[in-house]
Design a protein around this ligand. Structure first.
Ligand SMILES: Cc1cc2nc3c(=O)[nH]c(=O)nc-3n(C[C@H](O)[C@H](O)[C@H](O)COP(=O)(O)O)c2cc1C
Length: 342
């Protein structure tokens, strides 16, 4: 296992070191390294499937990530997604058309398989030129024939090794491993991204995308070292200027710490991670009930632990390019460290 991890680190920096062996001084080596890193976009199997510049996916968020948001993220080099959850088939068509008008780049549609009209959503997506969808909330084997006949590629969201192996056997192109830190609906096993990703990467042949807890370049690079070939980012996009949440909600996300969320819905076997918000926080009147410091959740913002890492309000199109820029810079520091530099 340790050897696998070392191989992943060295693969990450292989292209940099290749050039370096032919150089003489540390200074020359550094110049080559910086030039190489300036150009890298981390192309791999995931960028091949998505046909994107970066292996960075905007997480679908019900009633939030619609056509405009998906188009803005795709336009910035990542993979934007329209969430079908909460839409009718007709509304989905409209959102896809809206996104298509705004960007020529690929974007996707997320289809929860347990919801009504999932099959129609697959057909509509294909008919309107979407090439990659993501699926969640169910076993994909029942719709794989339809997906493949429609010429679509599919990434399926999983939270356990068992469901990941089933999805791979069913023929999905990649899995999105969703850890316990993530915002929105979770698996029922409470396994963190840090443990789930290496487990899946070590057991599957298809690529793994990490979701849950990634809000910046540090999380992205950590996910690569764990064996992921891309990341899906949800919560970070709640704190963006164009996100259609009320301004007060965005402020609460920005003010949150990593410990500011809780998981609800366990009794109903539908766990969902939300921001702890009191009625006074929400601006909806005085707090009700609650003992001592225990907050009373009076309205829900599905939100991940990574709210504590968001830092500042960004433009939608800034999130992924900034993540790439910082990833290049951190990679440079790691490469320097591996070479024995300071
Ligand atoms: C407000 C919100 C709504 C979400 N809605 C959906 C959804 O409709 N479908 C889905 O597959 N995932 C949904 N998710 C999960 C995200 O797509 C993504 O996988 C997750 O946010 C990644 O973890 P992060 O929050 O730590 O970035 C939602 C997440 C949030 C925060």
């Amino acid at each position: 296992m340790r050897l696998t991890c070392l191989r992943r680190v060295s693969t990450l920096f292989w292209h940099i070191f290749c050039d370096m062996y032919s150089k003489k001084s540390f200074g020359e080596v550094q110049v080559v390294m910086n030039e190489t890193l300036e150009k890298t976009t981390f192309q791999n199997r995931i960028t091949g499937i998505l046909e994107t510049e970066y292996p960075l996916i905007q997480g679908p968020m019900r009633s939030i990530t619609l056509g405009e948001m998906a188009a803005a993220v795709s336009g910035s080099g990542g993979f934007g997604q329209i969430a079908f959850s909460g839409l009718t088939p007709g509304q989905l068509s409209e959102e896809i058309k809206k996104a298509r008008k705004l960007t020529g780049r690929p974007f996707g549609v997320n289809i929860p398989l347990h919801r009504p009209y999932a099959r129609e959503a697959i057909e509509i997506s294909a008919a309107l030129g979407v090439r990659v969808i993501t699926t969640s909330g169910g076993n994909p084997s029942g719709v794989m024939d339809l997906i493949k006949q429609a010429g679509l590629k599919v990434l399926h969201k999983v939270s356990t090794l068992e469901t990941a192996l089933k999805a791979e056997a069913a023929g999905v192109d990649a899995v999105i491993a969703t850890g316990y830190e993530a915002g929105g609906h979770l698996g029922r096993t409470d396994v963190t991204t840090f443990c789930l990703v290496p487990q899946l990467a070590g057991s599957l042949k298809i690529p793994v995308v990490a979701a849950g807890g990634v809000a910046d370049a540090r999380g992205f690079l950590a996910a690569l070292v764990l064996g992921a070939e891309g990341v899906e980012v949800g919560t970070r996009f709640l704190a963006t200027r164009e996100c259609p949440l009320p301004e007060r909600s965005k402020q609460l996300v920005l003010e949150a710490r990593c410990e500011s969320t809780l998981v609800m819905g366990r009794d109903e076997k539908m766990p969902v991670r939300v921001l702890k918000v009191t009625s006074s926080d929400s601006g909806q009147g005085a707090p009700v009930g609650g003992e001592g410091d225990v907050p009373v959740v009076t309205f829900f913002i599905p939100c991940g632990q990574s709210a504590g890492l968001c830092g500042e309000l960004l433009g939608l199109g800034e999130v992924f390019p900034l993540m790439m820029e910082e990833a290049r810079s951190i990679s440079g520091q790691i490469a320097k460290f591996l070479m024995g530099g300071k």
